[in-house]
Write a protein that binds this ligand. Sequence first.
Ligand SMILES: Cc1ncc(C[n+]2csc(CCOP(=O)(O)OP(=O)(O)O)c2C)c(N)n1
Ligand code: SF4
Length: 308
Amino acid sequence: MSTTAAETTACAPGQCEHLLRAGNTNCAGCGMSVGLQWLGEALNEEQPLVVIPACCGIVTAGAFPTTAYNAPVAASTFASAAAVATGLRAVARLNRDRTPVICWAGDGGTYDIGLATLSAAAERNEDIVYICYDNEIYGNTGGQRSSATPEGVFTTTSPGGKSGRKKDIMGIMVAHGIPYAATLSIAHREDFLRKMRTARQIPGFSFLLIHSPCPTGWKSEPDESIDLVRYAVSCGLFPLYEVFHGERYRINERPDPPTIEAINEYMSRQRRYTSAAVDMEHVKREIERRWRFLGAMAAEFGVAEDED
Ligand SMILES: Cc1ncc(C[n+]2csc(CCOP(=O)(O)OP(=O)(O)O)c2C)c(N)n1
Ligand code: SF4
């Protein structure tokens, strides 16, 4: 009997869950490390093909012939991750192989430099899971601002604190009408794993956005990373929700009405926020505006918990 490509790339039993091997170069407290470990767990012994553009995640791979990834990884240019994944998917399809093809990219590669090929792959509804670990800066090159950087954050290229709001990448991806888009937090493990599995199971293009703490860039304590992203969810700054086929919304966690105290609990533990540049009333109004929109969409076009 012939061996399929899927069989030749299958992990040894119990091995694939360790997509990220020990001894990698990620900083202590890096959200990317947790995200990669949970991605491996969610795939449940399926070995993916992973495409990674320039970002901290490709530094993690290390130098040939050693690597911290327990899967084949293709390093792409910043701008081409989704196009390279499209090619890998096409070859796999010729071999009748449903090996998961995953893009793993930072916010610089997603919101900014890779957006054109990301949009094109989403529009063609390629059978790819595109995952953005959003640490809200260009981390790998020392912490420059990206369009994911929140208002008021100090970076090397926004020394007085960034002006202007964080780009709504979820809104952009949802507008493509893709089968699945979702936000994930490493402080919400079950929700995280479920969304990873949903993305894998739904045919066509999925987009996952992980809020990914970066102690080096956020100037926070590594052991506070999980607490920080938990605060971001509970104060309403990072909504946990999913959208099916560009129109059916499900909110996974409803925060209390935002308060300045709750927002401050999140910001004050990170030295990247310049208090002079943060207009807390404005941040609170922005959170309320976002939640009015999400609440209205879920009320009008909601998906029940047991309906996908
Ligand atoms: C076209 C291009 N511009 C700039 C660089 C240099 N560069 C490599 S990684 C990086 C930052 C990536 O930021 P992000 O995608 O947010 O991932 P992170 O480093 O935060 O993990 C930059 C600017 C590059 N490799 N290619
Ligand atoms: S710079 Fe930030 S994103 Fe990059 S490895 Fe360190 S903690 Fe992770």
